[in-house]
Design a protein around this ligand. Sequence first.
Ligand SMILES: Cc1cc2nc3c(=O)[nH]c(=O)nc-3n(C[C@H](O)[C@H](O)[C@H](O)COP(=O)(O)O)c2cc1C
Length: 368
Amino acid sequence: MFRLGPLELQSNLFLSPLAGYTNLPFRLVIREVGGVDLCTTDLVNARSLLERNKKALKLIETNERDRPLAVQLFGSVPAEMRDAAVDLEQRGIASVDINMGCPVRKVCRVGGGSAMMTEHEKTAALVKGMVDAVKIPVTAKMRLGWDDENITAPDLARALEDAGVAAIFVHGRTREQGFSGTVNLAGIRKVVEAVKRIPVIGNGDVTTPEAAKKMFDDTGCAGVSVGRGAFYNPWIFHQTRHLLATGELLPEPKFEERIRVMCRHLDLMVEVFGEEHGCRMFRKVAPWYAKRFGPVNEFNKKVVSIGSRAEFHDVLERYLRWRQQFCDGDGLLLPRYALAPMVASFMQDPASAQRQSVPVPKGPVEVW
Ligand SMILES: Cc1cc2nc3c(=O)[nH]c(=O)nc-3n(C[C@H](O)[C@H](O)[C@H](O)COP(=O)(O)O)c2cc1C
């Protein structure tokens, strides 16, 4: 279906790393809903991994239901990046991704993240050291370049192909852009055209199956990776696979299904992080599900202070009763409360794309 070096994958759709969000519970939810195969962890500091730092080890926590898994590393010291890749291979991780897109100053100052896009020879040498040390695929995730005057992704992708990477993931924006403006599909196309053999996986603002299809069609990319869109809509991979296979759009998931998956997500958070910490972390997750519930103030006000699973279910029950006033006899939202369908930024006219950009979740990273 999709070849990533020696790995045979069942899907050409991928979950993008979202620091603070793409933890084990979220990946398991995404996998249960279906349509995705290779998922990636949040970025992990190579040195912290080698030092067996507790936080780094928690970031790579996985289980047999979370396969195949890629771990994303960041760092700029070649020996550390190489040893961390070897360590991950020995742990049974399927693939190693290298972060070359992170614009956070702390990461760039030491030559990691997007700073890697500015020094091709040094970056290619670091990558080659990793590729030579492991049998599992090594991939690179980058932006289009540092800024509009420095669109370096095509040249860098070519250099990294020569260094032996198995694929390139490219977010169709520059570092300077942050998350503003629309994703540049023509820019992604240039990366696709720059490489000879390896797959290029496009990324950025894909929030609907139609948008994923447009990214495939307009860029010629071999795969599409989705980050925030999967947070809004964990069904996006399943819906996209169906659209690509049949040309037919599945209906939106029903409200009851959204509630079921949200509750499952909480159960997995509690399983992995324990009840207190899992519930605290879920405070920032639940409002993302709620974005597609219709009127939701009552829910969002209360869910941000839950401390236990019982409290969450109490908040949810109260919300379900409150929400009935906006529904007809069949429990469907009355037309005046129905939500407008989502439209990806690069499928809108530029003015409305600017108004309705995909929200960036809060977290330790300000800009990605
Ligand atoms: C909160 C947040 C955290 C992110 N963390 C990472 C990360 O750890 N590594 C990385 O390569 N990209 C990271 N990104 C960038 C995403 O992987 C992705 O490239 C970007 O969000 C565009 O895709 P999307 O529109 O589908 O979300 C992050 C983005 C956000 C919003």
